[in-house]
Design a protein around this ligand. Structure first.
Ligand code: ADP
Length: 243
């Protein structure tokens, strides 16, 4: 190509567009209670970018869990669309939604929801084996994760033999076992005393930042919220940025 030749295709090629890893668009969610309708979400928008951490704050009943369930494809909105990595999910089959949820999205709840009859190691192994990873590989990753979260000495403990903070750290390890790109956490430290909550949250943020996960964490704890990249709340059915 001489210096005067122009690569026309390159000239007119669109620059790569960055898209949010999670995008909730025009989301409505209403619940019927007797004769009344509760409009929990009415046109809510939320874009979450790769590697970003967002605190979702607001009083009990504001709709935080509802928003997380919709974002995690556990529920369908009454209207609107949830895009995961640019892909619309509303019209996907249940199987495909489950696949996206299993591979792309991790959950941590207020209660650990670990299987009580299995050890910490087995609880973290299992989602990976369900996804199709071999036992040896799954075990290696589970040990690495539990070690990272300060639980090397608790691999073979069952949940009832662990403290509340330890149970939540195992639950965090399980949530990220399949290397999701999005981590949704619903009051993950809500059942813990202040000191333990702080410890668990420190482990949570360290892991999130080290792995480049995008996360939404619903919390009442304003100290925790202050340490996230963004803070949002739900007001009049909409997601509103704080600060
Ligand atoms: P938060 O997580 O902020 O406490 P939720 O999302 O759990 O709020 O709930 C928001 C509101 O929606 C609450 O008033 C709750 O009672 C109501 N709600 C949640 N789920 C249902 C349901 N399945 N049926 C009826 N009302 C519901």
């Amino acid at each position: 190509m001489s210096s005067l030749d122009v690569d026309v295709e390159a000239e007119f090629e669109e620059p790569p567009q960055e898209i949010p890893i999670l995008f909730l668009h025009d989301i409505e969610r209403h619940y019927n209670q007797g004769d009344a309708t509760l409009n929990i979400l009415s046109g809510a928008e939320l874009a979450l970018w790769a590697g970003q951490s967002v605190a979702l704050v607001g009083p009990s009943g504001a709709g935080k869990s509802t928003l997380l369930h919709l974002a995690g494809l556990l529920e369908h909105p009454d209207h609107g669309e949830v895009y995961v990595d640019g892909r619309a999910t509303a019209n996907l089959s249940d199987t495909e939604r489950t696949r996206i949820r299993r591979n792309e999205i991790g959950f941590v709840y207020q209660s650990h929801h670990l299987l009580p009859e299995f050890t910490a190691l087995e609880n973290v192994l299992m989602p990976q084996m369900i996804r199709g990873l071999g036992r040896a590989e799954a075990k290696k990753r589970a040990i690495e994760l539990l070690d990272y979260l300060g639980l090397k000495g608790r691999l073979n403990h069952r949940p009832p033999e662990l403290s509340g903070g330890e149970q939540q750290r195992v639950a965090i390890a399980r949530a990220v076992a399949n290397a999701p790109r999005i981590l949704l956490a619903d009051e993950p430290t809500g059942n813990l005393d202040v000191k333990t909550a702080d410890h668990v949250f420190a482990a949570f943020t360290q892991l999130v930042r080290a792995s480049g996960l995008a996360t939404i964490i619903a919390t009442h704890n304003m100290d925790i919220a202050a340490r996230m990249d963004r803070r949002v709340t739900i007001k009049d059915g909409l997601v509103v940025e704080l600060d």
